[in-house]
Design a protein around this ligand. Structure first.
Ligand code: CDP
Length: 229
């Protein structure tokens, strides 16, 4: 398997619940690109680790896990999905236990090497919009289309709470706020590929913008780059 060097990559990074998923999905749809939610890959490994009863803070156990699993990516309805040992985790990757442990798993350097390779390989399916924490800094640093999406923490907590709504195990917005803050802290302070603004990335503050407006900014930027080429 090799990377598709002609594929166009839109790299979208940012903190939790900054709107990356909605924006990346919509941008991909409008351009006929594939959508890749890199966080779902980290959540998938976390789901598998919890299911096997591993201690997610024990990196040796986690490394042994990634060495024995069969992780397979495939294209489904314009999005890159995956299975682990033949099973698709589905919505289970959004559960509270996965939510609380994913940043520990994502801090293990071997996990990152493993998943960065998997994520790069998804370009074999064609052009894509990929969202995450290190897409512009590590996974596709040469992409000319890098964006850093941000929003005020209160607004992000509100968005996530509404999104999880009925199926949520959280009682109120403040619990979600605390959970996001814990994860953001771990994601920005870890040694391996911390969340940061990629060199040359365009920063978009979406606090007072809806997803359509953010996508318009990105599409206009890509259109202008095309016009300049
Ligand atoms: O949806 P939300 O932004 O809350 O999170 P996500 O994109 O599903 O990512 C879940 C977790 O995976 C993050 O908190 C990071 O710890 C990790 N992650 C990462 O380290 N690198 C990525 N490229 C994507 C996610």
């Amino acid at each position: 398997m090799s990377n598709n060097r002609d594929a166009i990559v839109i790299a979208i990074d940012g903190p939790s619940a900054s709107g990356k998923s909605t924006v990346a999905r919509l941008a991909a749809q409008k351009l006929g690109f594939n959508y890749v939610d890199s966080g779902s890959f980290y959540r998938g490994i976390t789901w598998k680790a919890l299911r096997e009863g591993l201690d997610t803070s024990d990196s040796q156990q986690v490394v042994a896990l990634i060495n024995r699993i069969d992780f397979v990516c495939f294209l489904q309805d314009g999005a890159v999905e995956f299975s682990i040992d033949g099973e698709e985790p589905g919505e289970q990757i959004r559960s509270q236990p996965v939510q609380e442990h994913v940043s520990d798993i994502a801090a293990v350097p071997e996990v990152r090497v493993f998943l960065v390779n998997m994520l790069r390989e998804t370009a074999r399916f064609g052009s894509l919009a990929m969202e995450g924490r290190d897409i512009g800094t590590v996974v596709f640093p040469d992409s000319p289309f890098k964006y850093y999406l941000d929003a005020d923490p209160e607004e992000r907590a509100r968005r996530r709470y509404n999104e999880l709504a009925k199926k949520s195990e959280y009682n109120d917005v403040s619990e979600v706020y605390d959970s996001l803050a814990r994860r953001d802290h771990k994601d920005t302070t870890r040694k391996a590929a911390p969340l940061q603004i990629a060199l040359g990335a365009k920063v978009i503050d979406s606090t007072r913008m809806n997803a359509e407006q953010v996508v318009d900014v990105i599409l206009e930027d890509i259109r202008l780059a095309g016009a300049k080429a």
